[in-house]
Design a protein around this ligand. Structure first.
Ligand code: ATP
Length: 352
């Protein structure tokens, strides 16, 4: 572990009785990283976050925050963490500023620094105008901001946010995402989410957990590279013998479709697009369409999860709220969700 590693999780397992909710996972969070922690319901995200924050003891494994072991040096480790649980820990009968003062005292900020700490947290979270309002009277988005303000009031190195945008409207979601990106400039952030686009929009690193196991851990670019096309569709007015298409470098398989269209599978490293265009011009094949087929983020996610039935893009791009419980089911639009295995796909609203 080097000094840039702010969170180190090594071989963490957590049992509830006989049930293993988190299975021997290891990862690190570096300074300046905004880590998106993705996974379906019950995957083990909250359990992992609670262990990192010291709320829950690990059954096995070693966790350190800012170089302090969470079991051996809990006070120092916890002082380096700001945590917003899924249910924000708010006292709704308190005024915003009054509540933040209370949180500052809990974090043992020296009395002389408290006012500055409150002002800084309120500025960062855009709360100055509501500082004298009762928390219970604020909108959900503003209440979430207060929850984030209490998590950063002691300027921790690491901020952990459990599903921070759940239940917010699209404008509030946009504002909170903006706020999280800003937090990433001063803190390292771990953000759990069900929402693929949220992780793509906000995070620079992503890990996916499923049934307690870490199945993906890479940069956002690494995730996006999995969306790269390995198929393309070409349409030709005067197509050659299919054998000629198969001989082009990189082409693995050619399938004939209607109207002189061909569906071409190629190697991940070598797209035959340029060669196809050149050959088409040379051979006067009359090329009029060449479309690389990109995998959607949802398809990549489903593949990583081992789900063998992928819903059509149209379902996932409409911005619907879709909750898929275990077992079979058919949505109103007739899409069969059998084998989706309890994956909750929540509010997939592009650009929200
Ligand atoms: P969600 O997105 O629904 O919050 P999650 O990924 O955060 O899910 P966890 O809350 O960590 O998942 O739960 C992981 C598994 O552990 C689930 O199967 C859950 O039912 C189980 N679990 C969580 N807390 C307990 C507990 N206190 N006792 C027994 N089982 C638990």
């Amino acid at each position: 572990m080097n000094s840039d590693t702010l969170v180190s999780v090594q071989n963490l397992s957590r049992f509830y009785g006989d049930f293993c909710a988190v299975k021997n996972i290891s990862f690190e969070v570096k300074r300046g990283q905004i880590l998106g922690f993705l996974g379906p319901n019950g995957a083990g995200k909250t359990t992992t976050m609670q262990v990192i924050t010291g709320t829950l003891a690990p059954t096995m494994g070693q966790i350190s925050v800012a170089g302090y072991d969470i079991l051996d040096d809990p006070l120092k480790a916890k002082a380096a963490i700001g945590y917003l649980p899924e249910q924000p820990p708010l006292y709704k009968e308190m005024l915003v500023e009054e509540y933040l003062r209370f949180c500052a005292k809990l974090h043992r900020i020296p009395r002389s620094d408290i006012s500055n700490a409150i002002q800084h947290a309120m500025e960062q979270c855009g709360l100055q105008e509501v500082n004298r309002r009762l928390i219970g009277n604020l909108s959900k988005g503003y209440q979430q901001r207060v929850g984030i303000a209490q998590a950063i009031i002691h300027t921790p190195s690491v901020v952990i946010l459990d599903e921070p945008t759940i239940g917010l409207d699209p404008i509030q979601i946009r504002d909170i995402r903006h706020l999280i990106r800003q937090l990433g400039e001063e803190h390292s952030v771990i953000l759990s989410s069900h929402i693929l686009q949220e992780v793509q929009a906000v995070c620079n690193h992503v890990q996916i957990i499923n049934e307690g196991e870490l199945i993906f851990n890479d940069s956002i670019d690494g995730l996006l590279s999995q969306m790269q096309s390995t198929h393309l569709q070409i349409a030709l007015h005067r197509p050659p013998e299919i054998q000629q298409l198969k001989q082009i470098q990189g082409v693995e398989m050619v399938e004939v479709r209607e109207n002189n269209r061909f569906y071409i599978q190629h190697t991940a490293t070598e797209s035959p697009a340029e060669a196809l265009v050149e050959k088409s011009v040379e051979g006067n094949w009359g090329i009029y369409e060449l479309i690389p087929e990109h995998r959607s983020l949802e398809q990549v996610f489903m593949t990583l999860m081992g789900a063998d039935e992928v819903p059509p893009d149209s379902l996932l791009e409409k911005g619907e709220n879709v909750t898929l419980e275990k077992g079979e089911g058919t949505l109103e639009n007739g899409v069969n969700l059998k084998k989706m295995n309890g994956i909750k796909v929540n509010s997939i609203v592009e650009g929200a």
